[in-house]
Design a protein around this ligand. Structure first.
Ligand code: NAD
Length: 484
């Protein structure tokens, strides 16, 4: 029998764990089992009201008065506390999301790293003095927004919480977090750890609940000063509309249909494992998944043949089996991915390879086979839409111009990867590819906490990660003093 998962049905508001106003709960489903393994609280609008009020009080009280260096120290204590609780957090994340345990462990390492990075950065953001007219001194102050809202998706709950909330806290904002209803456990655990290391009450508030209840209440709340949303483009639109009614700024980290380009001169051996991992990691449920593989005609057969061999050897299993691919998050996601695969087959696309579901997986788990489709027309639905599953669509291109046209030919623009030894082409591609991040002869760069991340086009706007995020979680005040 697996260990019980650490669930709790309270919400964190103003430094206290309390039952949600509704008194209601939501199920925690383990995707590996397809079974309920616990309950979490179902926060609703009154809980969001209370959390926003608690955050405001913290901002105007103990948290707001804390010098930047002290904020940084608290963040560093939390980073260390996360490391001390690494295995407990990893197990909770794996049970909640179904991801292979080694992926969950990597995610918790990244969570600690976000708090560490922003701990060091907290006291290094400053304003400027500006040259102006004689008799004036002009300064800029870099100030926190005040109360920031954070709506988190289920695919990398711990990591995305870390990247968004650590940066906002480092700038001195007080945060209200709405985790995804499908995966809240690791975030609730971090809430416990934050209290243990001494965050002032109300600096960090966590209200799990449904998107259309707690999420919508947070996005449209007049008491927040900024909202950061990571999730689907459809919900991103709703969040931006809700925030617009209060004229609040928004950071949107949305989906992608990212292209990996393999040219004839590429180092194929180096590219191969990276190209495959970029789509199977987290069962393809990664916003920046390399879900389109574009291969130059001259090496199409040789390279794609090797990709097919790898795909054919992939094994899918429960999170504790720690195979190549875990289950997807829920039954809807399983049906969604399966219906794309079915549509691909029906429309005549060729399945070049598919992985294998291990025979001993729990019957009710949400397992789907990784599938490789060859020669997908770029305009085909499978080549255009975010499937969010372990499905790789391969396309062929004639030359560099053709590659760029296909790569840029979707509504998305999150990440792109290019494999080529030609230095001039590397730079041309870096300029031509429409994406927030371009990787040359690598993909994803190991997560890259330090590297600014975000989209163009339908993939969103604003930047998280890296030092840049601190500017997106703060506002600039210009002070002009006329002294004669
Ligand atoms: P989702 O949009 O369904 O949900 C994301 C969050 O929004 C959840 O917390 C949910 O409860 C909440 N939500 C739902 N309806 C809401 C509403 N009306 N108002 C306010 N909040 C609401 O997305 P998902 O299914 O959890 O995640 C998958 C999507 O997220 C994919 O499109 C993926 O590409 C994207 N994603 C993007 C990034 C990125 O950094 N760009 C990272 C991870 C996931």
């Amino acid at each position: 029998m697996p260990e019980p998962v650490p669930t709790r049905t309270e919400i964190l508001v103003g430094g206290d764990w309390r039952p949600p106003a509704s008194g209601a709960t939501l199920p925690v489903i383990d995707p590996s089992l397809g079974e309920e393994v616990g309950r979490i609280g179902r926060g609703t609008a009154p809980d969001i009201d209370a959390a926003v009020a608690a955050a405001r009080a913290a901002r105007e009280g103990a948290w707001g008065r804390l010098p930047a260096v002290e904020r940084g120290r608290l963040l560093m204590k939390l980073a260390r506390k996360v490391e001390d609780n690494h295995e407990r957090l990893s197990q909770a994340e794996a049970r909640d999301t179904g991801k292979p345990i080694r992926q969950a462990r990597a995610d918790i390492t990244a969570l600690a790293r976000y708090f560490e990075f922003y701990a060091g950065a907290a006291d290094k953001v400053h304003g400027e003095t500006l040259p102006y007219l004689d008799g004036y001194t002009v300064l800029t102050f870099r100030e926190p927004f005040g109360v920031t809202g954070h709506i988190i998706p289920w695919n990398y709950p711990a990591q995305i919480f870390g990247r968004s909330v650590a940066a906002a806290l480092a700038m001195g904002n007080a945060c209200v977090v709405k985790p995804a209803e499908d995966a809240s456990l690791s975030i609730l655990l971090v809430g416990e750890l934050a209290l243990e290391v001494g965050f002032p009450p109300g600096a960090l508030n966590i209200v799990p609940g449904l998107g259309e209840e707690a999420g919508a209440a947070l996005a449209g709340h007049p008491g927040i000063d900024h909202i950061s949303f990571t999730g689907s483009p459809e919900v991103g639109t709703l969040v931006q509309q809700a925030a617009a009614r209060n004229h609040r700024p928004v950071t949107l980290e949305l989906g992608g249909k990212s292209a990996q380009l393999v040219f004839a001169d590429a180092d194929q051996e180096a590219a191969l494992p990276v190209v495959v991992n970029a789509i199977i990691q987290n069962a393809g449920q990664t916003c920046s998944a390399g879900s389109r593989l574009l291969v130059e005609e001259r090496v199409y057969d040789s390279f794609v043949g090797k990709v097919a061999d790898r795909f054919g050897a992939l094994q899918v299993g429960a999170s504790d089996m720690d195979l190549d691919v875990g289950p997807v998050i829920n039954i809807q996601q399983k049906e969604r991915v399966s219906s794309y695969v079915e549509e691909g087959r029906k429309s005549g696309l060729e399945v070049l390879a598919e992985g294998r579901i291990a025979p001993n997986v729990p019957k009710a788990g949400y397992y789907v086979k990784p599938t490789l489709f060859g020669d997908v027309p770029p305009e085909h639905r499978l080549g255009q839409e975010e499937i969010f599953g372990p499905v790789l669509t391969v396309m062929r291109f004639k030359d560099e111009e053709d590659a760029v046209r296909i790569a840029n030919g979707t509504p998305y623009g999150l990440v792109a990867g290019a494999w080529t030894r030609d230095g001039a082409r590397q730079l041309r591609l870096a300029k031509a590819l429409q994406a927030g991040q371009v990787f040359v002869n690598n993909y994803g760069a190991g997560g890259g906490v330090e590297l600014p991340f975000g989209g163009v086009k339908r993939s969103g706007h604003g930047r998280e990660k890296g030092f840049e995020a601190l500017y997106h979680f703060s506002t600039l005040k210009t002070v002009a003093v006329r002294h004669g």
